[in-house]
Design a protein around this ligand. Sequence first.
Ligand SMILES: Cc1cc2nc3c(=O)[nH]c(=O)nc-3n(C[C@H](O)[C@H](O)[C@H](O)COP(=O)(O)OP(=O)(O)OC[C@H]3O[C@@H](n4cnc5c(N)ncnc54)[C@H](O)[C@@H]3O)c2cc1C
Length: 395
Amino acid sequence: MSHLHQQLRPVDPLLTEDDHSILATVDQLAQRHFPPAEVRRRDREHQPPYDLLPAIGEAGLFALAVPEALGGIGPDWPRIALVQQRLGYHGYMAASIFNRVVGFGLMSVLTNGSEAQKAALVPGLMSGSFFIALALTEPGAGSDATAVTTRARPTDRGYAIVGRKTWISDARGARYLLTVARTGPESTGSAGVTLFLVPTTAAGLSMTPLPKVGNNAMPSFDIGFDEVEVGADAVVGSVGNGFAHLMATLHYSRASMAATVTGAAQAALDGVVAHARERRQFGRSLASFQVIAHRLVDLQTRIDGSRLLVGRLATLIGAGLNCRTEAMQAKIVATELLRDVADQGMQIMASAGYSSDSDIQRFWRDSRLYTFGEGANEVLRDALARDFGWARKDK
Ligand SMILES: Cc1cc2nc3c(=O)[nH]c(=O)nc-3n(C[C@H](O)[C@H](O)[C@H](O)COP(=O)(O)OP(=O)(O)OC[C@H]3O[C@@H](n4cnc5c(N)ncnc54)[C@H](O)[C@@H]3O)c2cc1C
């Protein structure tokens, strides 16, 4: 890990002793539970990392997102961002499930949930006993999430949900699906949409795994809702305001993705640099060819830039300031960075990278998701142009 500590110094000169100690906790967790060989094995065998959650909880890492009044030691976003970068460095799969607990779990419940939901769910989320998956996307509602057609009809007991969701990650391992459904009888667009916590054991739910090219340790599902009954207490936030509630937490998941992916980019680049220094052709190391050295330097510089954006975003979140713009910027920069590290890394490693035993091929497959997941970068750029006042606010 010594190279990583060296990398951290120029960008984060003000890391405190406590920061170093929490990063050491992440390093120990990784060495024990997901060393490189284990990350490779889980990817190869498509084995999700849900069993790691209690250890992450026991190390106190989820407590960073929870206020002291609810038993946590937070919220401490600058430290969460450090943890996410370091988890992303050791194994994106562990970081991804950490983010699911924090984003669609803790931050969703803490921001939009009732006092009863907080009391019932926060302790279990914080200890890593379970997690919550987000069920938003539908076959006809991808980038345009406001096109959802899944309906929740009022019943004597609560609601009956009918519809279909697709590409829902980690759905089968989750305890609940944070489900986006229409409650307004004739509603369209972002109006009349409500969030529900649907237990994954509910009758009428069917899940079909979807084959895909990467992120093998994060299975994704097509989900049928056939008259799935939930109580009125399954509503998160207020009826009809689901999109506003989702928007109030989106920056957490974008910040999480940006931090995690930046850590993964450092890990991917470290592997490429090691290879380029070791591999000799024409009597010299690959790294000694200027064209390759420049590429590596440019990528490292972009990683440092991405870490600064992640740090700025975490500071804004920690200060409770509006950071929708900065969250979108950080997400775009980090995801396109990892994509480019993986792509250029493949070129530099050539046959050694194209082997399915290499780490860079995993980053290459996995990274293809992040530029369109959590809000496609094209759609985010449109929103940024509006935020900057360069494009019309109305769509
Ligand atoms: C592995 C995986 C895991 C996922 N996990 C989840 C999950 O857990 N929960 C969940 O709810 N969803 C999940 N998704 C869905 C994901 O959020 C969507 O794939 C994403 O929102 C894009 O939607 P789409 O795939 O339908 O693409 P489309 O919306 O069909 O977009 C296709 C392309 O068109 C571009 N485009 C669309 N609109 C515009 C525009 N206005 N201007 C310019 N370009 C545009 C997009 O950028 C994209 O490149 C997952 C998807 C995958 C593949």
